[in-house]
Unconditional design. Structure first.
Length: 500
């Protein structure tokens, strides 16, 4: 009896252990279903591309009933919200590993989910769409914007015209060519035999000629997100990556993230402010450097045609000049005063105020010459001299009239380089729009300030702008690779010609 009793206890123990083991296996499988998957990318016309490797990468995990089965899923709309789509009206393109694709509207995605099949591959469950949209083995999901905001795609522009704004999502939908470049070949000897292995990079190339007319004879500059610039070369290639295009020449990626192309750019650049000023100082000239913040070339043309700038209209014809990207004040003040592009001087976005190379004020001091700068109400970039700040404003936020008075008090103190930064045109442009009546009136006032300054200056005068301005729903803005933002007037003349 004792043996039978111990046998019963032993069998009960084995049964209990097997149940515990089975329960553990079940938990492990459940954990595997939640946390293991082939990666899925959400890319295209989005600000923040994401890669989903597991359910835990989603904001929340849900359970739904599908085909008489309870399935764990994640919400498609929540994932797309994480990417910050460019525009409010878009389509969603599902692309499978085998090349099969499905396109649906992005209007109502509240009952659209992603799940993992038994092979741990992503599949779509779309209750409101046809069953054919329930695509399996998904590799990536592409957002195709139907209302790209300004600057939301790859821009092609030229002086006087914005040619095209191209959707990154559309490149994925329309297709691309694939090519390879050799990374390298390794050799190894084993048992007297030589073995080699050659590795490659594979790239997805987009042909821009399929989307915009780009003449073979056109010159151009490719601009990067951090102020990089490269000439548009005959053997240059545009590589599709995530939510942008890279620019490649030979087997080298020259610009990792491009913003667009300017075709047939003008010869004059904002970097010539430094070069022209340096040349004049070397020739013994005194230079009055006037920066009119936010005066685009199209604004100048409109103001001249409508009689708002009688003094500037009477000057020698200005050159059209191009600023650096992005067309914002801090970047282009640095470009004008250092003579370098943002990729070199290091000020490639708002928030960076120290250039990595010296400005024209450093050169002036090295040559034993004197300089001053009338700026305000805040510092744009750090200078090697102590500028004169003009902080006070009137009831409407203007302070250029106060700057002008400060400048006139100092203009005859023998400075070799005299710089003044006028900001009221930019302020009005932001508040009311680039060609609004209030902005034009501000341009008119600025014209009178410039006339007074030039009349008192015995030397060379250089007048330029740091960027232009385009209209928005609630005023104006400037930060995109478009004609309105990238081009400005550039004057260089002898102030003594107008002293009378």
């Amino acid at each position: 009896m004792k043996e039978k009793r111990w046998l019963s206890i032993f069998l009960f123990f084995l049964l209990a252990m097997s149940l515990v083991g089975f329960s553990g296996c079940e938990e492990e499988t459940q954990e595997q279903v939640q946390n293991a998957a082939f990666p899925l990318e959400i890319i295209g016309d989005v600000e923040n591309p994401i890669t989903i490797r597991a359910f835990d990468d989603a904001p929340e995990i849900y359970e739904i009933e599908h085909r008489e089965e309870t399935k764990q899923v994640i919400s498609l709309s929540e994932l797309i919200s994480m990417t910050i789509p460019r525009g409010n009206d878009f389509e969603v393109l599902f692309k499978a590993h085998d090349g099969f694709s499905v396109l649906i509207s992005g209007e109502d995605l509240e009952e659209n989910y992603l799940a993992l099949d038994q092979d741990l591959r992503w599949e779509a469950i779309n209750f409101k769409h046809p069953r054919s949209s329930n695509i399996k083995n998904i590799k990536n999901i592409v957002i195709l914007s139907k209302d790209l905001p300004i600057g939301g795609g790859f821009n092609i522009t030229e002086p006087g015209e914005n040619i095209a704004q191209l959707s990154i999502g559309r490149f994925y939908k329309d297709g691309y060519s694939v090519f390879s470049t050799v990374r390298g070949t390794a050799m190894q000897t084993h048992d007297g035999e030589d073995y080699s292995a050659t590795s490659y990079y594979r790239y997805q190339e987009v042909s821009l000629q399929n989307y915009a007319e780009i003449p073979d004879t056109a010159s151009g500059i490719v601009f990067g997100n951090k102020g990089e610039e490269e000439p548009l070369a005959e053997d240059g290639r545009f590589i599709l990556r995530s939510n942008h295009l890279s620019y490649m020449q030979g087997d080298q990626i020259l610009i990792p993230e491009t913003r667009g192309i300017v075709l047939n750019p003008p010869q004059k650049r904002i970097t010539h402010v430094y070069e022209d000023t340096k040349t004049l100082l070397d020739e013994g000239e005194k230079v009055l450097l006037i920066l009119v913040d936010g005066l685009g070339y199209h604004q100048f043309e409109y103001a001249r045609a409508n009689g708002y700038i009688p003094f500037l209209d009477g000057l020698p014809e200005p050159e059209m000049a191009m600023v650096t990207y992005p067309p914002v004040t801090v970047v282009n003040v640095a470009s004008s005063l250092t003579g370098e592009i943002p990729a070199v001087h290091g000020v490639y976005r708002r928030g960076i105020r120290r250039a990595e190379v010296p400005t024209i004020f450093s050169y002036t001091e090295e040559q034993g010459k004197s300089a001053t700068a009338i700026i305000g109400p805040m510092t744009i970039i750090e200078l090697e001299i102590d500028p004169v700040f003009t902080v006070r404003t009137d009831d409407e936020g203007r302070n250029d009239h106060i700057k002008t008075e400060n400048a006139l008090e100092r203009i005859h103190q023998g400075y070799d380089l005299f710089h003044i930064h006028l900001k009221d045109v930019d302020r009005a442009g932001h508040n009311y729009g680039d060609l609004s009546q209030k902005t034009l009136e501000e341009i008119q006032r600025t014209d009178s300030y410039i006339e007074r300054l030039v009349a008192e200056w015995d030397g060379k005068v250089l007048i330029y702008a740091d960027h232009g301005m385009h209209s928005t729903e609630d005023g104006g803005d400037h930060r995109h690779l478009i004609y309105e933002d990238m081009f400005m007037p550039y004057w260089l003349f002898d102030g003594g010609m107008f002293n009378d």
